[in-house]
Design a protein around this ligand. Structure first.
Ligand code: FE2
Length: 265
């Protein structure tokens, strides 16, 4: 698997230095759910059964592709707002613009309920700093949970295969989490019965983002939810079983298995 870029040589946030995660104050938002339910969604494979409603994309189209797959290719910065979408979601757009940091991709994700083992299998790193220029700001990801999913967990691991590196953050409505998603393997275990909706924004690190994190009391050391050991062990076994199953399926087709990280963004 190719080495992922690291933040070395880029402008980063000190608030993300220690753990790569920062949890901000919960937003006490009163957003009309129509701001996410009325958007235009497109199928886009991510962690689990997902659809995305882009608010800002590479060229202002309802499109989820990485900015590097466009002509000319570029990194995940300077997203172009999609007027037909932002007209339906003015509050969501204003939340993405609030820090004043550069916004790359900005979209609402819809995730169907899944299992812990699914989430572990879905763990991936993002590649939002592909084509990013050294000396400029490192792109990080922010999640604002729109639906109230207090039993669902954002799962983060610094080592994909090591559960001892796992951090689990609950996702009640208004939870705001910023993650260096190129450093952390991540996925959501959504325990609800209805889909979960979350606003995901690519923000560029720099003084504006630092000020936003400070103003919202960013916590680099959030409490991680505990899970039964047996559940974790079962999911580990299932992870390895699924990887092997996938490898064999690909092998049967004469295809060398792609690194998981390149399948998602
Ligand atoms: Fe991701």
């Amino acid at each position: 698997m190719p080495e992922m870029e690291t933040a070395m040589g880029f402008i980063t946030s000190a608030a993300l230095e220690d753990t790569g995660i920062v949890v901000l104050d919960r937003r006490d938002h009163q957003i009309d759910p129509a701001e996410w339910t009325d958007l235009e969604y497109v199928g886009w494979r991510s962690s689990g059964v997902t659809r995305f409603a882009p608010l800002a994309s590479a060229a202002g189209e309802v499109d989820c592709n990485g900015f590097w797959n466009h002509t000319p290719p570029r990194t995940d910065k300077d997203g172009v707002w999609i007027a037909a979408q932002t007209a339906k979601a003015p509050t969501l757009q204003s939340l993405a613009l609030e820090p004043g940091a550069n916004v790359g991709r900005c979209r609402v994700i819809e995730l169907q309920p899944n299992t812990y083992a699914d989430a572990i299998y879905n763990l991936h790193q993002d590649d939002n700093n592909r084509l990013n220029d050294e000396g400029t700001g490192w792109v990080v990801r922010a999640w604002l949970n729109l639906t109230d999913d207090p039993d669902s967990l954002l799962i983060l691991r610094s080592d994909r295969f090591d559960p001892s590196t796992e951090i689990r953050l609950p996702l009640p409505a208004g939870s705001c989490i910023i993650v260096d998603t190129q450093r952390f393997w991540h996925a959501v275990w959504h325990r609800g019965t209805a889909p979960r909706y979350s606003l995901i924004t690519s923000w560029t690190s720099g003084p504006e983002l630092d000020a936003h994190i400070a103003a919202n009391h960013g916590d680099q050391h959030p409490v991680s939810a505990s899970l039964p050991e047996a559940l974790v062990a079962e999911a580990q076994a299932e992870l390895h079983r699924r990887i092997e199953e996938r490898r064999q399926t690909f092998e049967a087709q004469g295809i060398v298995m792609e690194p998981v990280a390149s399948l998602y963004n």
